[in-house]
Write a protein that binds this ligand. Structure first.
Ligand code: SAH
Length: 479
Protein backbone atom coordinates (compact mmCIF):
# COMPACT_ATOMS: atom_id res chain seq x y z
CA UNK A 1 0.00 0.00 0.00
CA UNK A 2 2.59 2.50 1.06
CA UNK A 3 4.54 1.87 -2.14
CA UNK A 4 1.46 2.63 -4.14
CA UNK A 5 0.74 5.86 -2.30
CA UNK A 6 4.10 7.27 -3.33
CA UNK A 7 3.03 6.96 -6.95
CA UNK A 8 0.50 9.75 -6.47
CA UNK A 9 2.60 12.82 -7.21
CA UNK A 10 1.14 16.25 -6.71
CA UNK A 11 1.56 18.44 -9.74
CA UNK A 12 0.70 21.90 -10.93
CA UNK A 13 -2.93 22.28 -12.11
CA UNK A 14 -4.05 19.17 -10.20
CA UNK A 15 -7.33 19.65 -8.30
CA UNK A 16 -7.96 17.94 -4.99
CA UNK A 17 -9.96 18.08 -1.78
CA UNK A 18 -8.15 19.40 1.26
CA UNK A 19 -8.86 19.93 4.95
CA UNK A 20 -7.25 23.09 6.33
CA UNK A 21 -5.48 22.08 9.53
CA UNK A 22 -3.34 25.08 10.34
CA UNK A 23 -2.65 28.73 9.58
CA UNK A 24 0.67 29.97 8.20
CA UNK A 25 2.61 33.04 9.32
CA UNK A 26 0.60 35.38 7.09
CA UNK A 27 -2.72 33.77 7.96
CA UNK A 28 -2.89 31.56 4.88
CA UNK A 29 -4.49 28.11 5.27
CA UNK A 30 -2.30 25.02 5.48
CA UNK A 31 -3.40 21.52 4.53
CA UNK A 32 -1.63 18.26 3.82
CA UNK A 33 -2.09 15.92 0.87
CA UNK A 34 0.04 12.86 0.17
CA UNK A 35 2.35 14.01 2.95
CA UNK A 36 2.99 17.30 1.20
CA UNK A 37 2.17 20.67 2.76
CA UNK A 38 -0.01 22.97 0.68
CA UNK A 39 -0.41 26.67 1.41
CA UNK A 40 -3.81 27.99 0.41
CA UNK A 41 -4.43 31.74 0.31
CA UNK A 42 -7.77 32.82 1.84
CA UNK A 43 -8.52 29.36 3.27
CA UNK A 44 -9.53 29.32 6.94
CA UNK A 45 -8.49 26.82 9.60
CA UNK A 46 -11.24 24.16 9.63
CA UNK A 47 -12.36 24.63 6.01
CA UNK A 48 -12.78 21.66 3.70
CA UNK A 49 -11.98 23.00 0.24
CA UNK A 50 -11.42 21.88 -3.30
CA UNK A 51 -8.17 23.48 -4.45
CA UNK A 52 -6.09 23.71 -7.57
CA UNK A 53 -2.31 23.49 -7.28
CA UNK A 54 -0.68 26.60 -8.68
CA UNK A 55 2.97 25.87 -7.96
CA UNK A 56 4.87 22.87 -6.60
CA UNK A 57 8.22 22.90 -4.82
CA UNK A 58 10.03 19.80 -3.60
CA UNK A 59 8.26 19.37 -0.27
CA UNK A 60 5.47 21.91 -0.41
CA UNK A 61 3.23 23.76 -2.79
CA UNK A 62 0.80 26.64 -3.26
CA UNK A 63 -2.84 26.12 -4.14
CA UNK A 64 -5.91 28.29 -4.60
CA UNK A 65 -9.48 27.72 -3.55
CA UNK A 66 -11.81 26.53 -6.30
CA UNK A 67 -14.74 25.77 -4.01
CA UNK A 68 -15.46 25.78 -0.29
CA UNK A 69 -17.03 22.35 0.31
CA UNK A 70 -17.56 22.67 4.04
CA UNK A 71 -16.84 26.09 5.57
CA UNK A 72 -14.91 26.36 8.83
CA UNK A 73 -16.89 27.32 11.95
CA UNK A 74 -14.39 30.21 12.25
CA UNK A 75 -15.41 31.61 8.88
CA UNK A 76 -17.32 34.90 8.90
CA UNK A 77 -18.69 37.04 6.10
CA UNK A 78 -15.99 39.67 5.47
CA UNK A 79 -17.26 43.25 5.62
CA UNK A 80 -15.19 44.26 2.64
CA UNK A 81 -16.19 42.94 -0.76
CA UNK A 82 -12.64 43.35 -2.01
CA UNK A 83 -10.77 41.58 0.74
CA UNK A 84 -9.48 38.76 -1.47
CA UNK A 85 -8.30 41.02 -4.28
CA UNK A 86 -6.72 43.62 -2.02
CA UNK A 87 -4.54 41.47 0.17
CA UNK A 88 -4.38 44.19 2.82
CA UNK A 89 -6.53 42.12 5.19
CA UNK A 90 -5.26 38.55 4.90
CA UNK A 91 -7.60 37.15 7.54
CA UNK A 92 -10.77 39.25 7.42
CA UNK A 93 -12.78 36.07 6.74
CA UNK A 94 -11.69 34.65 10.11
CA UNK A 95 -13.75 35.26 13.24
CA UNK A 96 -11.97 37.92 15.37
CA UNK A 97 -11.64 35.73 18.47
CA UNK A 98 -9.97 33.10 16.32
CA UNK A 99 -7.67 35.72 14.78
CA UNK A 100 -6.46 36.49 18.29
CA UNK A 101 -5.90 32.81 19.09
CA UNK A 102 -3.96 32.48 15.85
CA UNK A 103 -1.69 35.39 16.83
CA UNK A 104 -1.15 34.04 20.33
CA UNK A 105 -0.13 30.68 18.86
CA UNK A 106 2.20 32.33 16.41
CA UNK A 107 4.10 33.97 19.28
CA UNK A 108 4.07 30.71 21.26
CA UNK A 109 5.37 28.66 18.32
CA UNK A 110 8.18 31.07 17.55
CA UNK A 111 9.31 31.11 21.17
CA UNK A 112 9.41 27.32 21.08
CA UNK A 113 10.84 26.68 17.64
CA UNK A 114 13.21 29.60 17.19
CA UNK A 115 13.93 30.52 20.81
CA UNK A 116 14.07 26.94 22.09
CA UNK A 117 11.99 27.97 25.13
CA UNK A 118 9.63 25.77 27.11
CA UNK A 119 6.24 27.48 26.75
CA UNK A 120 2.92 26.69 28.43
CA UNK A 121 0.09 25.68 26.12
CA UNK A 122 -2.92 27.92 25.49
CA UNK A 123 -4.96 25.94 28.06
CA UNK A 124 -2.28 26.53 30.71
CA UNK A 125 -0.95 22.97 30.63
CA UNK A 126 2.76 22.15 30.50
CA UNK A 127 5.78 23.93 31.92
CA UNK A 128 7.53 27.12 30.95
CA UNK A 129 6.84 30.68 29.87
CA UNK A 130 3.25 31.93 29.89
CA UNK A 131 2.13 33.80 26.80
CA UNK A 132 -0.74 36.05 27.88
CA UNK A 133 -3.88 36.18 25.72
CA UNK A 134 -3.57 38.80 22.99
CA UNK A 135 -4.95 42.23 23.86
CA UNK A 136 -7.46 42.77 21.06
CA UNK A 137 -9.77 45.60 20.05
CA UNK A 138 -13.42 45.97 21.04
CA UNK A 139 -14.20 47.36 17.60
CA UNK A 140 -11.57 45.99 15.19
CA UNK A 141 -12.52 48.20 12.21
CA UNK A 142 -11.76 51.77 11.13
CA UNK A 143 -8.73 51.77 13.38
CA UNK A 144 -6.03 53.24 11.13
CA UNK A 145 -5.24 56.96 11.42
CA UNK A 146 -3.27 57.07 8.18
CA UNK A 147 -4.16 56.06 4.62
CA UNK A 148 -2.44 56.49 1.29
CA UNK A 149 -4.69 56.05 -1.73
CA UNK A 150 -3.20 55.75 -5.23
CA UNK A 151 -4.80 57.85 -7.97
CA UNK A 152 -4.94 56.65 -11.57
CA UNK A 153 -6.95 56.55 -14.77
CA UNK A 154 -9.05 53.58 -15.85
CA UNK A 155 -9.46 52.15 -19.37
CA UNK A 156 -12.25 54.61 -20.15
CA UNK A 157 -10.22 57.61 -19.06
CA UNK A 158 -11.98 58.07 -15.71
CA UNK A 159 -10.01 59.17 -12.67
CA UNK A 160 -10.03 56.36 -10.11
CA UNK A 161 -8.79 55.73 -6.62
CA UNK A 162 -8.80 52.60 -4.54
CA UNK A 163 -6.08 50.10 -3.78
CA UNK A 164 -3.47 48.21 -5.72
CA UNK A 165 -4.57 44.66 -6.49
CA UNK A 166 -2.35 42.21 -4.59
CA UNK A 167 1.23 42.20 -5.94
CA UNK A 168 0.45 44.65 -8.74
CA UNK A 169 -0.01 48.30 -9.51
CA UNK A 170 -3.49 47.97 -11.03
CA UNK A 171 -5.89 50.18 -9.12
CA UNK A 172 -9.12 48.52 -8.07
CA UNK A 173 -11.66 51.29 -7.45
CA UNK A 174 -12.85 51.40 -3.85
CA UNK A 175 -13.17 54.36 -1.52
CA UNK A 176 -14.40 52.52 1.49
CA UNK A 177 -11.66 50.68 3.37
CA UNK A 178 -12.85 49.11 6.62
CA UNK A 179 -9.49 49.62 8.30
CA UNK A 180 -9.19 53.33 7.58
CA UNK A 181 -10.91 56.29 9.24
CA UNK A 182 -14.48 56.72 8.06
CA UNK A 183 -13.83 60.28 6.90
CA UNK A 184 -11.50 59.00 4.13
CA UNK A 185 -14.38 58.22 1.79
CA UNK A 186 -15.71 61.79 1.84
CA UNK A 187 -12.26 63.23 1.29
CA UNK A 188 -11.66 60.98 -1.70
CA UNK A 189 -15.04 61.96 -3.19
CA UNK A 190 -14.05 65.60 -2.96
CA UNK A 191 -10.59 65.08 -4.46
CA UNK A 192 -11.82 62.93 -7.35
CA UNK A 193 -14.72 65.21 -8.29
CA UNK A 194 -12.38 68.22 -8.11
CA UNK A 195 -9.91 66.49 -10.44
CA UNK A 196 -12.68 65.61 -12.90
CA UNK A 197 -14.18 69.07 -12.90
CA UNK A 198 -10.89 70.90 -13.43
CA UNK A 199 -9.32 68.26 -15.67
CA UNK A 200 -6.42 67.61 -13.36
CA UNK A 201 -4.64 64.53 -14.72
CA UNK A 202 -3.71 61.55 -12.59
CA UNK A 203 -0.09 60.43 -12.68
CA UNK A 204 0.73 57.56 -15.00
CA UNK A 205 3.47 55.29 -13.72
CA UNK A 206 4.40 53.91 -17.12
CA UNK A 207 4.89 57.24 -18.89
CA UNK A 208 5.89 59.30 -15.86
CA UNK A 209 3.36 61.94 -16.98
CA UNK A 210 0.33 63.36 -15.20
CA UNK A 211 0.10 65.11 -11.85
CA UNK A 212 -1.66 63.55 -8.87
CA UNK A 213 -0.05 60.32 -7.60
CA UNK A 214 -1.49 59.64 -4.16
CA UNK A 215 -3.72 61.15 -1.53
CA UNK A 216 -2.33 60.86 1.99
CA UNK A 217 -4.88 61.31 4.76
CA UNK A 218 -4.17 61.48 8.49
CA UNK A 219 -6.78 61.73 11.17
CA UNK A 220 -6.16 62.55 14.83
CA UNK A 221 -8.40 60.15 16.73
CA UNK A 222 -8.50 62.21 19.90
CA UNK A 223 -8.41 65.72 18.38
CA UNK A 224 -10.48 64.92 15.23
CA UNK A 225 -8.01 67.00 13.24
CA UNK A 226 -7.68 66.05 9.57
CA UNK A 227 -4.68 66.30 7.24
CA UNK A 228 -4.93 65.93 3.47
CA UNK A 229 -1.73 65.81 1.46
CA UNK A 230 -1.74 65.36 -2.32
CA UNK A 231 1.40 63.73 -3.63
CA UNK A 232 2.08 65.37 -6.97
CA UNK A 233 4.47 65.01 -9.87
CA UNK A 234 5.18 68.74 -9.93
CA UNK A 235 5.14 71.75 -7.66
CA UNK A 236 1.75 73.29 -8.42
CA UNK A 237 -1.84 72.17 -8.34
CA UNK A 238 -4.04 74.17 -10.76
CA UNK A 239 -7.18 75.57 -9.11
CA UNK A 240 -5.91 74.50 -5.71
CA UNK A 241 -8.11 77.16 -4.08
CA UNK A 242 -11.22 75.28 -5.27
CA UNK A 243 -10.04 72.06 -3.67
CA UNK A 244 -9.22 73.93 -0.47
CA UNK A 245 -12.65 75.54 -0.47
CA UNK A 246 -14.35 72.14 -0.61
CA UNK A 247 -12.08 70.32 1.80
CA UNK A 248 -12.32 73.04 4.43
CA UNK A 249 -16.06 72.47 4.60
CA UNK A 250 -15.26 69.24 6.43
CA UNK A 251 -15.23 69.67 10.17
CA UNK A 252 -11.77 69.19 11.62
CA UNK A 253 -9.82 70.05 8.47
CA UNK A 254 -6.51 71.35 9.79
CA UNK A 255 -3.81 70.85 7.20
CA UNK A 256 -3.85 70.76 3.39
CA UNK A 257 -0.52 70.33 1.64
CA UNK A 258 1.23 69.10 -1.47
CA UNK A 259 4.08 66.66 -1.36
CA UNK A 260 6.44 66.92 -4.31
CA UNK A 261 7.46 63.60 -5.85
CA UNK A 262 8.82 63.95 -9.38
CA UNK A 263 10.75 60.70 -9.37
CA UNK A 264 9.76 57.60 -11.28
CA UNK A 265 9.73 55.36 -8.22
CA UNK A 266 7.55 53.14 -6.07
CA UNK A 267 8.30 55.27 -3.04
CA UNK A 268 5.11 57.16 -2.29
CA UNK A 269 6.35 60.36 -0.70
CA UNK A 270 8.96 62.86 -1.83
CA UNK A 271 10.84 65.09 0.59
CA UNK A 272 9.32 68.52 0.02
CA UNK A 273 6.05 69.78 1.48
CA UNK A 274 4.24 72.81 0.05
CA UNK A 275 1.52 74.33 2.17
CA UNK A 276 -1.90 74.95 0.57
CA UNK A 277 -3.96 75.80 3.60
CA UNK A 278 -3.70 75.71 7.40
CA UNK A 279 -0.74 74.29 9.30
CA UNK A 280 1.68 71.67 8.00
CA UNK A 281 0.88 69.27 10.81
CA UNK A 282 -1.95 67.89 12.91
CA UNK A 283 -1.88 67.26 16.63
CA UNK A 284 -2.88 64.06 18.37
CA UNK A 285 -2.59 62.49 21.80
CA UNK A 286 -1.57 59.03 22.97
CA UNK A 287 -1.85 58.40 26.68
CA UNK A 288 -2.02 62.10 27.52
CA UNK A 289 1.09 62.98 25.51
CA UNK A 290 0.74 65.40 22.65
CA UNK A 291 2.30 64.75 19.25
CA UNK A 292 2.66 67.00 16.23
CA UNK A 293 2.50 64.90 13.08
CA UNK A 294 3.58 66.19 9.66
CA UNK A 295 2.96 64.38 6.35
CA UNK A 296 6.46 62.89 6.56
CA UNK A 297 6.48 61.92 10.24
CA UNK A 298 6.42 58.33 11.34
CA UNK A 299 3.50 57.81 13.69
CA UNK A 300 1.89 54.62 14.95
CA UNK A 301 -1.15 53.89 12.77
CA UNK A 302 -3.41 52.37 15.42
CA UNK A 303 -3.52 54.89 18.27
CA UNK A 304 -5.99 52.94 20.42
CA UNK A 305 -3.79 49.84 20.53
CA UNK A 306 -0.56 51.84 20.70
CA UNK A 307 -1.69 53.19 24.03
CA UNK A 308 -2.20 49.62 25.29
CA UNK A 309 1.11 48.42 23.82
CA UNK A 310 3.16 51.24 25.31
CA UNK A 311 1.15 51.14 28.50
CA UNK A 312 2.26 47.52 28.88
CA UNK A 313 5.89 48.48 28.11
CA UNK A 314 5.67 51.20 30.76
CA UNK A 315 4.21 48.80 33.32
CA UNK A 316 6.94 46.24 32.59
CA UNK A 317 9.64 48.90 32.99
CA UNK A 318 8.56 49.09 36.64
CA UNK A 319 9.52 52.72 37.14
CA UNK A 320 9.38 54.54 40.47
CA UNK A 321 10.92 57.86 39.48
CA UNK A 322 14.54 57.00 40.32
CA UNK A 323 15.46 55.05 37.21
CA UNK A 324 17.61 55.77 34.21
CA UNK A 325 16.28 54.24 31.00
CA UNK A 326 17.60 53.81 27.44
CA UNK A 327 14.92 53.67 24.75
CA UNK A 328 16.55 52.14 21.67
CA UNK A 329 14.93 52.48 18.21
CA UNK A 330 12.89 55.34 19.66
CA UNK A 331 11.39 56.76 16.44
CA UNK A 332 9.60 60.04 17.25
CA UNK A 333 10.02 59.27 20.94
CA UNK A 334 6.58 57.84 21.68
CA UNK A 335 7.86 55.30 24.21
CA UNK A 336 10.57 57.65 25.52
CA UNK A 337 8.01 60.30 26.46
CA UNK A 338 5.74 57.69 28.05
CA UNK A 339 8.67 56.49 30.16
CA UNK A 340 9.93 59.97 30.99
CA UNK A 341 6.80 60.69 33.00
CA UNK A 342 7.81 58.00 35.51
CA UNK A 343 11.62 57.82 35.19
CA UNK A 344 14.46 60.03 36.40
CA UNK A 345 16.08 60.24 32.98
CA UNK A 346 15.47 58.70 29.53
CA UNK A 347 17.94 58.45 26.62
CA UNK A 348 16.52 57.72 23.17
CA UNK A 349 18.41 56.43 20.11
CA UNK A 350 17.07 56.46 16.56
CA UNK A 351 18.68 56.17 13.11
CA UNK A 352 16.44 58.61 11.18
CA UNK A 353 17.40 62.27 11.83
CA UNK A 354 13.96 63.84 11.10
CA UNK A 355 12.35 61.39 13.54
CA UNK A 356 14.73 62.66 16.22
CA UNK A 357 13.77 66.24 15.31
CA UNK A 358 10.12 65.24 15.88
CA UNK A 359 11.04 63.52 19.12
CA UNK A 360 12.79 66.63 20.44
CA UNK A 361 9.89 68.83 19.39
CA UNK A 362 7.39 66.46 21.03
CA UNK A 363 9.38 66.57 24.27
CA UNK A 364 9.36 70.37 24.12
CA UNK A 365 5.62 70.82 23.47
CA UNK A 366 4.90 68.49 26.39
CA UNK A 367 7.34 70.28 28.68
CA UNK A 368 9.27 67.06 29.26
CA UNK A 369 12.89 67.85 30.14
CA UNK A 370 14.32 64.59 31.42
CA UNK A 371 14.89 63.04 28.00
CA UNK A 372 17.80 63.29 25.64
CA UNK A 373 17.84 61.97 22.07
CA UNK A 374 20.75 60.71 19.96
CA UNK A 375 20.82 60.13 16.21
CA UNK A 376 22.55 56.93 15.11
CA UNK A 377 22.39 53.18 14.96
CA UNK A 378 21.60 51.55 18.27
CA UNK A 379 24.43 49.09 17.65
CA UNK A 380 26.88 51.97 17.29
CA UNK A 381 25.65 54.65 19.68
CA UNK A 382 25.27 52.35 22.66
CA UNK A 383 28.70 50.61 22.38
CA UNK A 384 30.34 53.99 21.79
CA UNK A 385 29.00 55.29 25.07
CA UNK A 386 29.87 52.13 26.91
CA UNK A 387 33.35 51.66 25.54
CA UNK A 388 34.41 55.27 26.05
CA UNK A 389 33.59 54.78 29.68
CA UNK A 390 32.90 57.63 32.04
CA UNK A 391 33.73 61.05 30.70
CA UNK A 392 32.32 64.38 31.62
CA UNK A 393 29.43 63.80 29.27
CA UNK A 394 28.86 60.10 29.93
CA UNK A 395 27.70 59.66 33.41
CA UNK A 396 27.61 56.49 35.44
CA UNK A 397 23.84 56.29 35.04
CA UNK A 398 24.21 56.20 31.25
CA UNK A 399 26.61 53.28 31.37
CA UNK A 400 24.57 51.28 33.84
CA UNK A 401 20.90 52.09 33.33
CA UNK A 402 18.18 50.39 35.35
CA UNK A 403 16.06 49.56 32.34
CA UNK A 404 16.66 49.25 28.60
CA UNK A 405 13.68 49.30 26.24
CA UNK A 406 14.06 48.20 22.61
CA UNK A 407 11.49 48.52 19.80
CA UNK A 408 13.42 47.43 16.69
CA UNK A 409 12.13 47.01 13.12
CA UNK A 410 11.24 43.54 11.85
CA UNK A 411 14.81 42.35 11.55
CA UNK A 412 15.24 42.65 15.31
CA UNK A 413 18.33 43.84 17.21
CA UNK A 414 21.86 43.73 15.90
CA UNK A 415 24.03 41.37 17.97
CA UNK A 416 26.43 44.20 18.84
CA UNK A 417 23.49 46.02 20.39
CA UNK A 418 22.42 42.98 22.44
CA UNK A 419 26.03 42.41 23.50
CA UNK A 420 26.26 45.95 24.86
CA UNK A 421 22.91 45.65 26.62
CA UNK A 422 24.29 42.61 28.47
CA UNK A 423 27.47 44.51 29.42
CA UNK A 424 25.45 47.44 30.75
CA UNK A 425 23.65 45.02 33.08
CA UNK A 426 20.25 46.70 33.35
CA UNK A 427 18.01 45.01 35.88
CA UNK A 428 15.20 44.83 33.32
CA UNK A 429 15.00 44.70 29.55
CA UNK A 430 11.66 45.45 27.90
CA UNK A 431 11.48 44.19 24.33
CA UNK A 432 8.71 45.57 22.09
CA UNK A 433 8.61 43.55 18.88
CA UNK A 434 6.71 43.58 15.59
CA UNK A 435 8.12 40.21 14.49
CA UNK A 436 7.97 37.34 16.95
CA UNK A 437 10.51 35.28 14.96
CA UNK A 438 13.37 37.76 15.44
CA UNK A 439 12.07 38.42 18.95
CA UNK A 440 12.49 34.72 19.82
CA UNK A 441 16.02 34.74 18.36
CA UNK A 442 17.04 37.82 20.41
CA UNK A 443 15.44 36.54 23.62
CA UNK A 444 17.40 33.31 23.22
CA UNK A 445 20.64 35.31 23.07
CA UNK A 446 19.76 37.40 26.13
CA UNK A 447 18.77 34.29 28.08
CA UNK A 448 22.13 32.70 27.33
CA UNK A 449 23.74 35.85 28.75
CA UNK A 450 22.10 35.97 32.15
CA UNK A 451 18.53 37.16 31.57
CA UNK A 452 15.23 35.36 31.98
CA UNK A 453 11.84 35.92 30.38
CA UNK A 454 9.28 37.07 32.95
CA UNK A 455 6.24 38.18 30.96
CA UNK A 456 5.04 37.94 27.37
CA UNK A 457 2.13 40.11 26.21
CA UNK A 458 1.01 40.08 22.57
CA UNK A 459 -1.07 43.06 21.39
CA UNK A 460 -3.18 43.16 18.24
CA UNK A 461 -2.17 46.39 16.51
CA UNK A 462 -3.34 45.29 13.06
CA UNK A 463 -6.65 43.38 13.18
CA UNK A 464 -7.45 41.34 10.03
CA UNK A 465 -3.79 41.09 9.06
CA UNK A 466 -1.31 38.37 10.05
CA UNK A 467 0.81 40.77 12.14
CA UNK A 468 1.17 40.70 15.90
CA UNK A 469 3.16 42.92 18.27
CA UNK A 470 4.60 41.57 21.49
CA UNK A 471 5.96 43.14 24.67
CA UNK A 472 8.34 41.03 26.73
CA UNK A 473 9.75 41.70 30.18
CA UNK A 474 13.13 40.16 30.96
CA UNK A 475 15.12 40.49 34.12
CA UNK A 476 18.63 39.63 35.26
CA UNK A 477 18.75 36.22 36.87
CA UNK A 478 21.15 37.33 39.63
CA UNK A 479 18.80 40.07 40.86
N1 SAH B 1 9.25 53.25 19.22
C1 SAH B 1 9.07 53.97 18.01
C2 SAH B 1 8.89 53.13 16.77
C3 SAH B 1 9.89 52.10 16.56
S1 SAH B 1 9.83 51.45 14.92
C4 SAH B 1 7.85 54.85 18.10
O1 SAH B 1 6.98 54.58 18.88
O2 SAH B 1 7.74 55.81 17.37
C5 SAH B 1 11.53 51.10 14.73
C6 SAH B 1 12.40 52.32 14.61
O3 SAH B 1 13.76 51.89 14.55
C7 SAH B 1 12.17 53.14 13.34
O4 SAH B 1 11.93 54.47 13.74
C8 SAH B 1 13.49 53.01 12.57
O5 SAH B 1 13.83 54.18 11.87
C9 SAH B 1 14.48 52.74 13.66
N2 SAH B 1 15.71 52.00 13.32
C10 SAH B 1 15.90 51.08 12.37
N3 SAH B 1 17.13 50.56 12.45
C11 SAH B 1 17.76 51.18 13.48
C12 SAH B 1 19.06 51.05 14.07
N4 SAH B 1 19.95 50.20 13.61
N5 SAH B 1 19.34 51.82 15.15
C13 SAH B 1 18.43 52.70 15.63
N6 SAH B 1 17.19 52.85 15.12
C14 SAH B 1 16.85 52.11 14.05
Amino acid sequence: MSGKRKDIRLQKDMELELTIEDMGVDGEGIGKAEGVTLFVKDAVLGDVVRVKIMKMKKNYGYARIMEILDPSPYRVEPKCTYHRQCGGCQIQAVDYAQQLRFKENKVRNNLKRIGGFAVKEADGSGEGITVNPVIGMDEPYFYRNKAQFPIGTDKNGNIVTGFYASRSHNIIPNRKCYLGAEINEKILDIVISFMKEYHIPAYDETTGKGLVRHVLIRFGFTTKEIMVCLVVNGRKLPHAEKLVERLTELEGMTSITLNVNEKNTNVILGEEIISLWGQDYITDYIGGIKYQISPLSFYQVNPVQTEKLYGTALEYAGLTGKETVWDLYCGIGTISLFLAQKAKQVYGVEIVPPAIEDAKNNAKINGIENVEFFVGKAEEVLPEFYEKGMTEKNREDMLHPDVIVVDPPRKGCDEKCLETIVKMKPERVVYVSCDSATLARDLKYLCEQGYEVKKVQPVDMFPHTGHVETVVLMSRKDK
